[in-house]
Design a protein around this ligand. Structure first.
Ligand code: DGY
Length: 308
């Protein structure tokens, strides 16, 4: 099976593949010999598929596959797979890091020390922050990653609210200690809101200006999911006004970050690092390769995804 890959993926599993060719940017001409594409973040649409008439599989490195037109693939009989499960812990860990950094003003404090501004005793009130322990945490999307965040957050004795399309069974809610609330109610009630939903036609711009306006003064919004779930211009306005805080790992037009955010003390910025640990990235390669090998052997694909 001939694989066209947008890069060499990290870890030993990648070396199990033999017939791999690499491409950069977008495809420029027909490649009828290609059976499978291995991609991360590259757009795969009808035009891509026209260049690859014998394609059987698009294997996405990552759990989110919003850059792939799954409906166009399905229409041409091309399967799509992703790499779920193995990145939940790393993404949940980063979410907790952003919650802590945002609430406890860690990055601001680090800059303060480096700038030589620490001229008083520790009892100064300059960098007083907000507690994480005992806060109300609102989780938007209690899938694998949202649940991993919920389990970690319980260690901070938070009141846990969640929202998603289908409410959990009572026993599951009890087990997690999570209360269901419709999205707008959750936004009004939470001190910290964290997003863990995929980017789809339905969720794009879900957290719009009106909904951002529902957040409490001083609330923190954390996003390790996808930037375009939030109306980024409206978010920038709220942050410039200084009314809320944010911990942002994802942006609407990566790698571009709105210029205004770069100077703000109430925002912690990271460059889409949710899955960025050595262990997790190698585990993602393992899953990617397993899907490619299954396709090559004509076996059932371990992680197929479908158009929503
Ligand atoms: C994914 O897998 O979609 C993540 O965004 C990578 O961290």
């Amino acid at each position: 099976m001939k694989i066209l890959a947008s890069r060499r993926f990290p870890g030993p599993a990648w070396d199990e593949l033999h017939d791999v060719e690499y491409f950069e940017g977008s495809l420029t001409g027909p490649q009828p010999d290609v059976d499978a594409l291995a991609v991360v973040g590259e757009v795969v649409n009808g035009r891509t598929l026209e260049f690859l008439p014998n394609l059987r599989l698009v294997a996405n490195y990552g759990v989110g596959y919003d850059d792939i037109d799954v409906a166009a693939c399905t229409a041409r009989g091309v399967a799509v797979t992703n790499t779920p499960g193995v990145l939940d812990a790393a993404t949940a860990d980063l979410t907790l890091a952003l919650i802590l950094a945002t609430r406890r003003r860690l990055v601001e404090s680090d800059s303060f020390v480096r700038a030589g501004l620490w001229g008083t005793d520790w009892a100064s009130t300059t960098l007083l922050a907000q507690e994480v322990t005992g806060a109300t945490l609102g989780i938007v999307g209690l899938g694998r990653i949202g649940t991993a965040v919920a389990r970690r957050a319980r260690g901070f004795d938070v009141r846990l609210l969640y929202t998603q399309r289908a409410r959990l069974a009572e026993a599951e809610e009890r087990d997690l200690g999570a209360e269901f609330h419709p999205l707008d109610d959750l936004l009004r009630a939470a001190d910290i809101v964290t997003l863990h939903i995929p980017l789809t036609g339905e969720t794009e711009g879900l957290i719009d200006g009106r909904r951002l306006g529902l957040l409490r003064d001083g609330a923190s919004l954390v996003n390790t999911a996808r930037g375009a779930i939030v109306d980024e211009e409206a978010l920038v306005r709220e942050l410039v006004a200084g009314r809320i805080r944010a911990g942002l790992d994802v942006f609407a037009h990566e790698p571009n970050v709105p210029q205004e955010l770069l100077e703000l003390p109430n925002v912690v910025l990271t460059p889409h690092l949710g899955s960025a640990t050595q262990e997790t990235r190698e585990a993602m390669t393992r899953v990617l390769v397993d899907n490619l090998k299954a396709a090559a052997a004509g076996r059932e694909l371990p992680n197929p995804v479908y158009a929503s």
